[in-house]
Design a protein around this ligand. Structure first.
Ligand code: UT7
Length: 345
């Protein structure tokens, strides 16, 4: 049974006149591919070491999708698990949003391919690109459709096959990322407070810090773009690191302030899983105890849009998040983009 709203804090949605309407996460699910690529496996590919990767990032291994397993497959499996958890069937889904930077192809949207794979014949579908902030962006956008009474069941996903855009000769990036997907079903559940607030932000002036320059209208694919390795992810790690800490701290602080709650009231923090040192630095700045963060990056590395979604699913399954708990989510990614959210579970 879902407990009644606790009224321990301000619900910022109330002022927008959404009385009697609440957007809650009715079910979650995740899926990661079977194949494990360990740090010692990477030692055979590039000049790196388990010691360097572990101490600089906290990552020990990551999952790599099979050659014939695509972003839409990972997303579809996570979606099926989330729908089962929520007790809804594919025909009940009104809208599908897939957050990804590794769509099956530039178009059509991977969300449409997922729609077909799961049989959600009544759903509208589109992709959203906000890199690692994508899942929180999707949650906030999906929430708008629930609150406006447009839809009853919105299926959101963060899904990535980052191995398909990795430069396996670049030790600065190839040790960091992995494949996977996470999903959630959003519903109106008036018995609970649900998603209390979400803050989103972006800074396009820093788009060059983390990108994949080839394959779009700027650098359409040619032999030259392939030779210049433009179809791989590139990152200025140091600058991205600094921006990640600042942006996630700012977004998390703003989200808490909007709800007029203190960090001590938060039971669990689901942060983007890029680097343990980033999570620790954000924790110090928002005065959060280390154990409040759910961390799984040692197993999966950075799965971009899937990262927060997989962590949320695992934290719920492991009962690190229980009904009535206040959960803080925060993420940061290419764009630059950032986002934070507060949820009463
Ligand atoms: O999801 C989007 C957000 N992404 C992130 O937030 C990632 C942010 N960045 C980071 O997590 C870190 O900056 C990295 C983990 C990418 C790098 O850590 P760092 O402490 O900033 O290292 P660095 O880039 O300053 O490199 C230090 C040294 C360099 O050698 P020199 O120039 O000092 O001789 C690198 O060449 O470490 C070297 N290095 C490596 N050595 C062994 C870089 N990558 C590796 C590697 N193995 N894989």
């Amino acid at each position: 049974m879902i407990p009644a709203p606790s009224n321990k804090f301000k619900n910022p949605r109330a002022k927008y006149g959404f009385k009697g309407r609440t957007c809650s996460i009715a079910g979650v699910g995740s899926y990661v591919p079977e194949r494990v690529l360990t740090n010692s496996d990477l030692e055979k590919l590039v000049e790196t070491s388990d010691e360097w990767i572990t101490t600089r990032t906290g990552i020990k291994e990551r999952r790599i999708a099979a050659e014939d397993e695509y972003t839409s497959d990972l997303a579809a499996e996570a979606a099926r698990r989330a729908m089962t958890d929520a007790g809804v069937g594919p025909e009940d889904i009104d809208l599908i949003i897939v957050a990804t930077i590794t769509p099956d192809m530039p178009f059509p949207a991977t969300a449409c391919i997922v729609q077909q794979k799961i049989g959600a014949v009544n759903a509208a579908a589109f992709d959203l690109e906000a890199a690692c902030s994508g899942f929180i962006y999707a949650m906030e956008i999906g929430q708008q459709f629930i609150m406006s009474r447009t839809y009853d069941n919105v299926l959101i996903m963060g899904a990535e096959k980052l191995s398909s855009i990795m430069d396996w000769q670049d030790r600065n990036t190839c040790v960091l990322f992995g494949d996977g997907a996470g999903a959630a079903v959003l519903q109106n559940r008036p018995q609970a407070h649900g998603l209390l607030t979400a803050c989103m932000g972006a800074d396009g002036s820093k788009a060059g810090l983390l990108n994949m320059p080839g394959g779009g209208s700027l650098n359409p694919a040619t032999h030259e773009t392939v030779d210049a390795r433009l179809h791989y992810l590139r990152m200025n790690g140091k600058e991205t690191f600094k921006n990640a800490v600042n942006a996630m701290t700012k977004a998390a602080t703003e989200a808490l302030q909007r709800c007029e709650i203190g960090i001590e009231q938060i039971s669990c923090i689901i942060s983007h899983q890029a680097n343990l040192r980033i999570i620790d630095a954000v924790g110090q700045r928002i005065n959060a105890e280390k154990q409040k963060f759910y961390v799984n990056l040692e197993k999966y590395g950075n799965t971009s849009a899937a990262s927060v979604a997989i962590a949320l699913d695992e934290a719920v399954r492991l009962e690190r998040i229980k009904r009535g708990d206040l959960v803080l989510m925060t993420a940061f990614g290419a764009g630059l983009t950032w986002a934070a959210a507060v949820i009463e579970w």
